[in-house]
Design a protein around this ligand. Structure first.
Ligand code: SIN
Length: 283
């Protein structure tokens, strides 16, 4: 059966059917899927029902996997596979404190952030718990040429948790924090495969802009962020059990939602793919 590819939004995201990722796929299919990820940034494969070993095999189509940062949420028999489970989440004022609320790109404070992240949906609540994506290539393209010209030369320090973070992160021990380097990242990156520019934003981790005073830097970050998260750049994925979704962290930001009944069980396997150091989009 031939692979069918249906666009999800006018600028990014495709649904891919007519393929079973549990099968051994040939090299030309691998090449096609990698090209689709580079172009469309979010690939949705319904009805895959991938267990941990199959998820590893599917992820490796796109490149080598990297370890999960939160080692307490990994599968002991498959240490490269993490999980997002409601059972680990605190509830505050009747609301689940989910990891990954507020749009972000994963581990932007790493020298080499993961190039992609993927989830395999095992158990999904009866309503809510969607994952949202925004296309940060398109939001860069839509900025005025004057603003583009200004921001392509700028860099930001990314830390474990910004002093102005809108969300809180898992607290790390002094020892683990000391292992995390301070990394500056370009405000606009060049995608290594497609060559497209993209805004590189993570308000939870960005500690201002180099060469600007704190307020000026955070104001610029916040205005770019507000621009980038507008509905016109969004795809909201309503999960169904069995979905496998992979996204390119250099082309989209994503966020989780805590809008479901905390009594219901939500459980997804999670993998990340190794990425390279990011390059600025310079002329
Ligand atoms: C994440 O990996 O950022 C969380 C996504 C989700 O659980 O919806």
């Amino acid at each position: 059966m031939a692979i069918q590819i249906s666009p999800i939004t006018p600028t990014f995201g495709v649904k891919i059917t007519g393929i079973d990722l549990k099968n051994d796929l040939d090299e030309s299919t691998h090449k096609q899927l990698k090209a689709l990820l580079s172009q469309y940034a979010v690939l949705v494969f319904p009805n895959q029902f991938l267990g941990p070993a199959e998820l590893i095999q599917a992820g490796e189509i796109f490149g080598p996997l990297m370890p999960q940062q939160l080692q307490k949420y990994i599968l002991p028999d498959f240490p490269l596979v993490g999980y997002n489970s409601t059972k680990d989440l605190p509830v505050k004022n009747g609301k689940l404190q989910v990891r990954g609320e507020n749009y972000h790109t994963d581990h932007s404070n790493s020298v080499c952030p993961p190039k992609a992240t993927a989830l395999s949906a095992v158990k999904i609540p009866s309503s809510g718990g969607d994952t949202q994506f925004v296309d940060v290539r398109q939001s860069f393209d839509d900025l005025s040429p004057k603003l583009q010209e200004k921001i392509i030369y700028l860099r930001s320090l990314h830390v474990h948790e910004s002093t102005r973070s809108p969300r809180t992160f898992t607290k790390l021990s002094e020892e683990d924090l000391a292992k995390i380097p301070n990394v500056t990242q370009p405000l606009v990156i060049r995608h290594p495969d497609s060559g497209r520019p993209a805004l590189y934003l993570n308000t939870g981790r960005m500690e201002g802009i180099e060469g600007m005073n704190a307020d000026e830097g955070f104001n610029l970050i916040n205005s770019l962020y507000e621009h980038a998260i507008r509905n016109k750049y969004e795809y909201r994925h309503r999960w169904a059990e069995g979905d496998f979704v992979i996204w390119d962290n250099r082309s989209v930001m994503h966020q989780a939602n805590a809008d479901y009944n905390p009594e219901e069980f939500r459980y997804l396997y999670r993998i990340m793919l190794e990425g390279d150091a990011l390059s600025a989009f310079l002329p």
